[in-house]
Design a protein around this ligand. Structure first.
Ligand code: ADP
Ligand code: MG
Length: 436
């Protein structure tokens, strides 16, 4: 790939060599080209396709070549849905910035607020943040975004789902001027809800959509097994875990189960740990580091671990419970088989998982079959077409559903208990708030 803009070309070569990559991925090539033309972008490409560098390169290039709109204000903000993801993105950006005059800071929840205020006093050009914490600093007037030139929303749909709509709107309006370029990265652009939200943030965006989310990598082998519920699932899980220290990521529906299963596996002499959103940040970091560095073999997590986390080398993903949304399934199994290595994805399908399985099958448009696991007798063999379905779909995401971060933390329903949510249902409750 050759860019006629020499500065950009040079910077790209540097970016590739810093990261040790040979060439750009397709989404990087497209995103960089379009972003350099100054367009607002909506980019959808599957997890693992390299979106981070796709926005980091044009962002840094603009900051290096354009005159700042303001001396003090942040020039670029990158927002990510989780602290872990923000850290990962920050790592990539920091590496790119290190040999330039650009300063980057990370501002995320769970870390000391005053230390962050001090960092912000140095007027870093680039801020990588989680929305909640950045909004807090805006409130405290530690940071101003009037001169913001670039706003990047990484995994934007996920941020909305997590209930950061208010904070995103606040950040959006703190940086509300016509010169701002905004780039929205998601795994999917589907759904009226996403379209409506995007209208608030983007000016006639160009859409780039590659390898839609419903295509899992071909390097992932998927298998589904019938199950009679938790008791049997526990035993099946043990069967699915290899004795050798092959790194495995296990997804469950509830925080309680991450802890219960980790204890259960440890009592069976497995090297296991759990990760969920209510853990103190220090512990979250430690747990993740231990897993990444292969100190723990098995990590049991909720959907917190499904997005963005780039842990290479995971050989298998096990869905102890299936996620309600088909996209989430693709994100989860996308944790394995990354960068060309082969991966295995096993899922246990009990009564509670049945309609999720049906959704996944419809979305993937693949002829997925459920098998009986060798050595187990399982009574559950699937539900008939009409059975139970009405009951589940008749309660769409209601007014009561908390879409505000704080109320969610206090009052978070167990994922198992959540009604099945369709995109447009979520949209109906979440876009009511008018633009400000
Ligand atoms: P996404 O945000 O789309 O999920 P990431 O930006 O996290 O993807 O990148 C996924 C993985 O691919 C990372 O390990 C990253 O280092 C690697 N990667 C990114 N770009 C390239 C490239 N051009 N060549 C090889 N590997 C790449
Ligand atoms: Mg990403």
């Amino acid at each position: 790939m050759y860019f006629s803009d020499l500065k950009l070309h040079h910077q790209l070569q540097k970016a590739l060599s810093i990261q040790n990559f040979n060439e750009l991925t397709k989404v990087q090539e497209l995103a960089i080209t379009r972003a350099m033309q100054g367009h607002d972008l909506m980019v959808a490409a599957k997890t693992g396709s390299g979106k981070t560098l796709g926005f980091a390169v044009p962002m840094i290039n603009q900051l290096l070549t354009k005159k700042p709109l303001s001396r003090q204000d942040a020039r670029a903000v990158v927002l990510a849905p989780t602290r872990e993801l923000a850290k990962q993105v920050f790592g990539v950006i920091k590496k790119q910035c290190d040999q330039t005059r650009l300063q980057a800071a990370i501002i995320i929840g769970g870390e000391n607020f005053n230390d962050q205020a001090k960092k912000l006093k140095h007027n870093p050009e680039i801020i990588v943040a989680t929305a909640g914490r950045l909004a807090d600093h805006l409130d405290a007037k530690h940071v101003f975004l009037n001169g913001l030139e670039i706003l990047i929303l990484d995994e934007a749909d996920r941020m909305m789902e997590l209930g950061f709509k208010e904070q995103l709107n606040q950040i959006n309006s703190a940086a509300d001027h016509r010169k701002r370029q905004t780039m929205w990265f998601s795994a999917t652009l589907d759904g009226e809800f996403i379209t409506k939200m995007a209208e608030n943030f983007l000016k006639s965006p160009e859409k780039i959509e590659i390898d839609r989310v419903e295509t899992p990598h071909s390097d992932i082998e998927q298998a589904f097994y019938f199950s009679d519920g938790p008791k049997q699932k526990d035993k099946q899980l043990i069967t699915l875990l290899p004795e050798a220290r092959t790194q495995s990521l296990v997804f469950v529906a509830t925080r309680e189960d991450t802890e219960r299963l980790s204890a259960m596996l440890i009592s069976h002499d497995f090297s296991a740990a759990y990760l969920h959103g209510e853990m103190p940040q220090g512990k979250r970091n430690q747990t993740l580091n231990d897993f990444v560095n292969n100190k723990t073999g098995i990590l049991i997590t909720t959907d917190l671990g499904s997005r963005g986390l780039d842990i290479s080398n995971i050989k298998r993903v096990i869905n102890y419970d299936l996620p309600k949304k088909a996209d989430e399934y693709v994100h989860r199994i996308g944790r394995t088989g990354r960068a060309g290595s082969k991966g295995l994805a096993f899922s246990l399908v009990g009564k509670k998982d049945w309609w999720s399985f049906v959704n996944i099958k419809e979305r993937l448009k693949q002829d997925l079959a459920i098998n009986n696991m060798a050595g187990f007798f399982t009574k559950f063999q699937g539900l008939k077409a009409q059975q139970n379905r009405g009951a589940q779909t008749s309660s769409p995401m209601s007014e009561k559903t908390p879409n505000n971060k704080r109320s969610m933390a206090k009052n978070r329903p167990r994922t198992e208990d959540m009604p099945k949510i369709k995109d447009h249902d979520a949209g109906a409750t979440m876009i009511k708030r008018k633009r400000n």
